[in-house]
Design a binder for this molecule. Sequence first.
Ligand code: 5GP
Length: 203
Amino acid sequence: MTTDWSEGKGLALIVSGPSGAGKTTIARALERACPDAWFSVSLTTRPPGPGDRDGLDYRFVSEEQFATLATPTPGSPMGEFLEHAGVYGRRYGTLRAPVEDNLRAGRLVILEIDVQGGKIVKAAMPHAAGVFVLPPSDDALLARLRARRRDSEDAIQRRFAAAQREMAEARTCGVYDRFIVNDTLDRAVAEAVEVVQGIRRGR
Ligand code: 5GP
């Protein structure tokens, strides 16, 4: 089932990028820069990390809660979700109803999700736009993954390999309108704002 969101100025914006590229920082800065932005808080089964705020960064739910919400119903193969995906053995998903409500209200809906999720959203909402945040270089990505002090060196190498695959997939999947290199944060945010304004003006 696809939904035509071309009516009105509501815009779904998919923001993706490998972990360590700075996509969360850019997505949050974009939220502050656009007065009518609404940031979609994902549900996840991963445990909260240090600094994660339940309800603000994620809604942390059990596997059972997630599975119940994801149970397909007639006309809704993803259940209550607009999209969901498995990332590093954990489940992540975007609830459909709040996204639709905010689009109907004409807002910029920011979906910070991975490429698998981006493809599902784009299939359901062909008018969704996408930006993909790239690290300035492989070395910079590795350095940022290490600086987070969240993972072992093994896990860092796995995330690095996954990042390479995700960047290659992003180039070919047709979801992303713009690839933003996060060399300087202010410049990268300005570019993201410009993409959004450009799309909205063009409608
Ligand atoms: P992290 O656990 O590091 O916060 O996120 C891991 C990955 O899951 C990131 O690539 C992030 O973009 C992705 N992610 C977060 N929320 C969602 C979601 O609702 N759906 C999908 N498909 N991916 C998500």
